[in-house]
Write a protein that binds this ligand. Structure first.
Ligand code: AMP
Length: 311
C-alpha cells in the first residue's frame, strides 16, 4: 500500500484517481490507530472507491503543557490496520511539510469552538480547523469521515465546511467502545490498570442519563445530575454539559431538541472525553430538526440507533 510523505507525491497520485472519476474518501487521524479509527476507514471503504488515511500528530492543536511530545506512535501497526481495512493510500507528512518555515495563516473557528473543549484548551480548535482545511485542500476528498467521540470537533468541521463552501460531504461515525463502555481513544494507552477501571464511570454516567432520557426525563439539570452521580471516580471533572447538538449552546430547562451530553475529565494525568446523543423521538421534532438529526448523526439517525451502544 503506497505511503506518501510529501504533498507533491500524494497529489500527483490522487490526480490520476480523480481523472478516472473515482470517489475519494478521507480519514484524517493522528495515528496509533484502534477499532474506532477502523470504523471510520470501513465506512469510507464502503462508500468510496479510494480511501486515503492521514497519520499526522498536528502540533498546532496542542497547548504548551499538553501531550504533544509523548503522544503515542506506532507506524508499523498503523500500516497493518490500514492494509487489512482496505485503505488505498497513507499520507504521513512531517510537521515541516505541513508547516514549512514562514507559515503564518490560520483558520479561526467561531462560537461553536468556544464552549466545552474550546474553553479548556484555548487554540485547540484553531489548530484543528487549520490542519483539516489544509488536509482537505491537499487531498480534495469527496467525503471525509470523523468520529462522534470528538463531538465538538465534528460540529466545528461541519461549520467550517458550510462557512467556507468546501465541496466535501462530512460523515460522522458513531463512537466505538470497549465492551465495558469506555470510548476507544489513543490516549487510553496512558491509563494504568487502576485508572482504566476508574475511567469506566464516564460512560456509565452518560448511559445512565441516556436511559433516563429514554424513559421520559426531559429536565436538563436532572439529566446532568444523573450522569454526574456516576462520575465520582475521576480526579477532575472538567465539564459535564448538556448542549444543543448543532450550536453547542447550553440547554437549560427542558430538552426538546437534538442534544448532546458531553464530558471531559482527568483520570490520573490522562484527559478523556466522551458524549452521548439525546434525540427526542422523530414525531416530536419539527422538520428542520429532523433534518438536523440526520445532519449531525448521519447514519445513526436513519438506523434508529441514536443511543449509546455499550456492546
Ligand atoms: P485522532 O487520531 O484521535 O485524531 O482521531 C481521528 C478520528 O478518529 C477522529 O475523527 C476521531 O473522532 C475518530 N475517533 C477516535 N476515537 C474514536 C472512537 N472511539 N470511535 C469512533 N471514532 C473515533
Amino acid at each position: 500500500m503506497p505511503t506518501f510523505r510529501t504533498i507533491k507525491s500524494l497529489t500527483q497520485c490522487l490526480k490520476g484517481y480523480r481523472t478516472a472519476g473515482l470517489r475519494v474518501g478521507f480519514v484524517p487521524t493522528m495515528g496509533f490507530l484502534h477499532a474506532g479509527h477502523r470504523a471510520l476507514i470501513e465506512e469510507s471503504v464502503a462508500r468510496c472507491d479510494i480511501t486515503v488515511v492521514s497519520l499526522f500528530v498536528n502540533p498546532t492543536q496542542f497547548g504548551p503543557n499538553e501531550d504533544l511530545d509523548r503522544y503515542p506512535r506506532a507506524l508499523e501497526a498503523d500500516h497493518d490496520l490500514c492494509r487489512t481495512a482496505g485503505v488505498n493510500l497513507i499520507f504521513v507528512p512531517d510537521a515541516s511539510e505541513i508547516y514549512p518555515p514562514g507559515f503564518q495563516t490560520y483558520v479561526e473557528p467561531g462560537p461553536v469552538a468556544e464552549p466545552l473543549c474550546g474553553a479548556v484548551r484555548p487554540g485547540h480548535f484553531r489548530g484543528v480547523a487549520t490542519v483539516v482545511t489544509k488536509l482537505f485542500n491537499i487531498v480534495q476528498p469527496d467525503v471525509a469521515f470523523f468520529g462522534q467521540k470528538d463531538f465538538q470537533q465534528c460540529a466545528v468541521i461541519r461549520q467550517l465546511v458550510r462557512d467556507l463552501n468546501l465541496p466535501i460531504e462530512i460523515v460522522t461515525v458513531p463512537t466505538v467502545r470497549e465492551p465495558d463502555g469506555l470510548a476507544l481513544s489513543s490516549r487510553n494507552s496512558y491509563l494504568s490498570a487502576a485508572d482504566r477501571a476508574r475511567a469506566r464511570c464516564l460512560s456509565r454516567g452518560l448511559f445512565a442519563a441516556h436511559a433516563a432520557f429514554q424513559a421520559g426525563e426531559r429536565d436538563s439539570q436532572r439529566l446532568v445530575e444523573t450522569a454526574q452521580a456516576q462520575m465520582t471516580e475521576v480526579d477532575q471533572l472538567q465539564y459535564l454539559q448538556l448542549v444543543d447538538a448543532r450550536t453547542l449552546e447550553p440547554i437549560l430547562g427542558s430538552v426538546e431538541q437534538p442534544a448532546a451530553l458531553c464530558v471531559a475529565a482527568c483520570v490520573g494525568t490522562t484527559r478523556l472525553i466522551d458524549n452521548v446523543l439525546l434525540i427526542p423521538p422523530p414525531q416530536a421534532l419539527a422538520d428542520h430538526e429532523l433534518e438536523l438529526v440526520s445532519h449531525v448523526i448521519g447514519r445513526q439517525a436513519t438506523a434508529g440507533a441514536a443511543g449509546p451502544r455499550p456492546s
